[in-house]
Design a protein around this ligand. Structure first.
Ligand code: BGC
Length: 447
């Protein structure tokens, strides 16, 4: 039996996002977001689900915080719904929206849980979309203004901030692949958006520094690992591009002040340009306090002409998959973290999301989700391998506290440590909840 001991100073947590759990979409003056529009468009979301009620955490946050306390987490990562603060994206802030998050954050603090606040986890105010969404630089400025209001309001209380969650999803998945709101399929637009998101991140960081807010700020790009099918150069290059669109594209501008040449060349060949204006790169290239990494899966990839945007084909070589169909690939987690350290130096890293989809149900009051426990064990082992290899890991946040609205999969795909019955909204602790509680308490696992 192997025992894996975790570093003592690691902070443990869980994560969620506003639209996925809050519900209460028309409460206290909240405006519409693109996810309201998208999820109410017939035929898009599995089973016709939407986030109108979700886990109803807007009303049940006290119960949820008691569960977090029982679990023993140090940090809770949540996101703020921009349209609760600015129903139209800009203008006058909505006091009631701010008050909700005050009550929520105060309750976390009273229970000894540190809030980690994500400013943008995909619920763009619909009125911002109506003027072109993230493709319009005015939206970048509206975001910076929203960020400033949040810093002024919650500075000192919230000490960990994340600007943007998974900019790849917001740009390429949502506006080129058309798989998330708003569902566009335009490569030039998606690339423009990727730049605007980085700029929005940079502008928010500038505001944070100018206001002298106490605490740390970072962002949370997607992480995914692609292992070349062979040592042939074309397979290696294809995988570098496949990862490049997640990692280098969104890291180099922040940490090096420029976009990576190998990706720029690729986009140029496709006739795509970047709308870089004077001082943009300086704004983006500012020191940040940490980077958040979300990691779920990895694959084997090889070169295939005209396959997707990057001529890379994912090859199914028979990895075991979670219920959402994603490969279980814990080595990729270790490799990704060491790659980031090798390329970008000793940046403090929070794992802001990691977890598995298993759709086990409640039987006799119990949810036996051994598969999730196994997944978490494997990934925590990779995490400790990375720490022992010198990666500067500050914390680990499991996705997710609760089963929730899994975007286009609706309520069919469950990632929670706590089961939610979406008819009664009853919460049931899964076996993984008790298991994670022990990990947090003991600081080790055995394999
Ligand atoms: C997102 C979450 C999502 C999770 C599982 C991440 O990409 O940030 O909102 O629920 O993956 O799909």
């Amino acid at each position: 039996m192997a025992v894996i001991k975790f570093s003592k100073d690691i902070e443990w947590g869980t994560a969620t996002a506003a639209y996925q759990i809050e519900g209460a979409v028309d409460k206290d003056g909240r405006g519409l977001s693109i996810w309201d529009t998208y999820s109410h468009t017939p035929g898009i979301i599995r089973n016709g689900d939407n986030g109108d009620i979700a886990c109803d955490s807007y009303h049940r946050y006290e119960e949820d915080i008691q569960l977090m306390k029982e679990l023993g987490i140090d940090i809770y990562r949540f996101s703020v719904s921009w349209p609760r603060i600015f129903p139209l994206g800009k203008g006058e802030p909505n006091r009631k929206g701010l008050e909700f998050y005050h009550r929520f954050v105060d309750t976390l603090l009273e229970n000894g849980i540190e809030p980690m606040c994500t400013l943008y986890h995909w619920d763009l105010p619909q009125s911002m979309q109506d003027i072109g969404g993230w493709g319009n630089r005015e939206v970048v400025d509206a975001f910076a203004n929203y960020a400033r209001v949040m810093f002024e309001e919650f500075g000192g209380k919230i000490k960990k901030w994340i600007t943007i969650n998974e900019p790849w999803c917001v740009s390429f998945l949502s506006n080129y692949e058309g798989k998330h709101a708003p569902g566009n399929t335009n490569l030039q637009l998606a690339t423009t958006i990727s730049h605007h998101l980085l700029l929005a991140h940079g502008k928010a960081v500038s505001q944070f520094r100018d206001l002298g807010i106490e605490g740390e700020i970072g962002y949370a790009p997607n992480g995914e690992w692609l292992e070349p099918f062979s040592v042939q150069k074309e397979d290696i290059d294809a995988c570098n591009r496949g990862m490049g669109i997640f990692i280098e594209w969104f890291f180099d501008p922040v940490f090096k002040g420029k976009y990576p040449d190998f990706m720029l060349d690729w986009f140029r060949k496709k006739g795509i340009t970047l709308p870089i204006e004077e001082n943009d790169m300086e704004t983006i290239h500012q020191p940040i306090d940490f980077v958040g990494i979300n990691y779920y899966s990895g694959s084997v990839g090889r070169y295939k002409k005209d396959e997707g945007l990057l001529d890379v084909e994912k090859v199914d070589i028979g990895y075991t998959k979670t219920d959402i169909g994603w490969n279980i690939y814990p080595e990729g987690f270790y490799k990704l973290l060491t790659k980031i350290k090798n390329q970008y130096g000793n940046i403090p890293i929070y794992i802001t999301e990691n977890g598995a989809c298993y759709n086990d149900d409640v039987k006799n009051g119990r949810v036996q989700d051994d598969n999730r426990i196994n997944y978490l064990k494997q990934h925590l082992t990779s995490l400790q391998r990375s720490i022992d290899s010198g990666v500067n890991i500050k914390g680990y946040l499991a996705w997710s506290l609760l089963d929730n609205f899994e975007w286009t999969e609706g309520y069919a795909m469950r990632f929670g440590l706590i089961h939610v019955n979406f008819n009664t909204l009853e919460r049931t602790r899964k076996d993984s909840f008790y298991w994670y509680k022990k990990v947090i308490k003991n600081g080790w696992i055995s394999m």
